[in-house]
Write a protein that binds this ligand. Structure first.
Ligand code: MTE
Length: 309
C-alpha cells in the first residue's frame, strides 16, 4: 500500500484494524489508549483528539462507501462512478491556491500538509451525506491549510474546483453538467474545525469514485457541497459560483445546510434512510445541521434559514 502523504500516520499504525470495525471495540481501545496502557502516550494523543467529532453510529462498510456514489464526471447513475472512475489519473496531482491569499501557488499533496500537526490532520467522525452514510474519513482541517495560505482581510468566501480530464471522464464526454464542478463556502464555514479536506477512508487512500486524491467534507451540509478531486481553491470577496445552484437555484441554494424544516421542492427532507441499514430499517428523523448544531448554529444566528437555504 502506498500512501499519498509521506507524513501520513494511519490508524492501523496505532490500533488494530478490528478496533474501528465497531464502536464498542473502538471506544475500548480509545479508552485504554487514553490511559496509556496499550501503546503509550503517542497513541493516546492521536486517539483522544478526534473523538470529540466521532459518532455513536456504526460506520458503513468500505464496500457501501465505494459502490453507491455521486460523481457526475463519471455518469449520473449511483453505480457508475465505481465502474468508470478507474480512468481518473490522480498521480501526479497538484492543487492551486489563489485569489485573496498572501501565499498563492500550486502545491503537491505533500506540500499541502507539511507543517501541520497530527491533531490538524487526523479525523474520524460522523458524516451523513445526502443519502446517509457514516464514513470514517481521514483528512485534515481546511482551516489549517487556509492558515498556511494566509487569508487576506478582504476574503469572505472560498471556492473550489474539480479536475476536468475529458478523455478519462465519461460524464464530461456526455456533457451532463457545466464542468468543472464547482462549490463554495463562506469563509467562517470553511474555517470551522468540522470542515475537512479528506484524503482517505478507513486509513486507505480515497477510492477514485470517492473523490481521490483530495475532496471536501462538510458534515452539516447536504452531500453535494462535498466537492471531489479538488484542483483549485480560491479565496474571494464575492459569493462563488456553485454548480447545483447554477443548474436550479430554486432547488439548491448556496448554503444547503441540512435542515428538516426546509423541503426540497420535490421531496421532504425531514427524514432519511441510512444506506446499509437493511431493507426493513425505518427512516430516521433528520437532525438540524445533521446533528452538529452545537458546533455550527452560531454561524447562522442572524440569518433566516428559510430564505438562505
Ligand atoms: N464532486 C464532483 N466533482 N462531482 C460530482 O458530481 N457530486 C456531489 C458531491 N461531490 C459530485 C461531487 C454529490 S451530489 C454528492 S451527494 C457527493 O459528492 C457524494 O459523495 P460520495 O459519493 O462520496 O457519497
Amino acid at each position: 500500500m502506498t500512501y499519498r502523504f509521506k507524513t501520513d500516520l494511519k490508524w492501523s499504525d496505532v490500533t488494530p484494524k478490528s478496533a474501528f470495525l465497531n464502536r464498542r471495540s473502538f471506544m475500548a481501545s480509545a479508552g485504554a489508549a487514553a490511559l496509556g496502557s496499550i501503546a503509550g502516550p503517542a497513541l493516546a494523543r492521536i486517539m483522544t483528539v478526534p473523538s470529540q467529532y466521532s459518532t455513536d453510529a456504526a460506520p458503513n462498510t468500505l464496500e457501501e462507501i465505494t459502490t453507491y456514489n455521486n460523481y457526475y464526471e463519471f455518469g449520473t447513475g449511483k453505480d457508475e462512478p465505481a465502474r468508470y472512475a478507474k480512468a481518473l489519473v490522480t498521480d501526479p496531482w497538484s492543487v492551486t491556491i489563489d485569489g485573496l491569499v498572501d501565499n498563492p501557488g500550486t502545491f503537491s499533496l505533500d506540500d499541502l500538509v507539511s507543517g501541520m500537526t497530527i491533531e490538524e490532520r487526523i479525523y474520524r467522525f460522523r458524516c451523513v451525506e445526502a443519502w446517509s452514510m457514516v464514513i470514517p474519513w481521514n483528512g485534515f482541517q481546511l482551516s489549517a491549510l487556509l492558515d498556511k495560505a494566509g487569508v487576506q482581510s478582504g476574503a469572505k468566501y472560498v471556492s473550489f474546483e474539480t479536475v476536468v480530464q475529458p478523455e478519462n471522464m465519461i460524464g464530461v464526454q456526455r456533457g451532463v453538467l457545466d464542468f468543472p464542478y464547482r462549490e463554495g463556502l463562506r469563509l467562517d464555514e470553511a474555517m470551522n474545525p468540522l470542515t475537512i479536506l479528506a484524503t482517505g477512508v478507513y486509513n486507505e487512500p480515497l477510492a477514485n469514485q470517492s473523490g481521490a486524491p483530495i475532496r471536501l467534507v462538510v458534515p452539516w451540509k447536504y452531500g453535494f457541497k462535498s466537492i471531489k478531486s479538488i484542483v483549485r481553491i480560491t479565496l474571494t470577496d464575492t459569493q462563488p459560483y456553485t454548480t447545483w445552484k447554477a443548474i436550479n437555484q430554486r432547488e439548491y441554494g448556496f448554503y444547503s445546510n441540512v435542515n428538516p424544516n426546509v423541503d426540497h421542492p420535490r421531496w421532504s427532507q425531514a427524514s432519511e434512510r441510512r444506506i446499509g441499514a437493511g431493507l426493513f430499517a425505518g427512516r430516521e428523523d433528520t437532525l438540524m445541521f445533521n446533528g452538529y448544531g452545537d458546533e455550527v448554529a452560531s454561524l447562522y444566528a442572524d440569518m433566516d434559514l428559510l430564505e438562505n437555504y
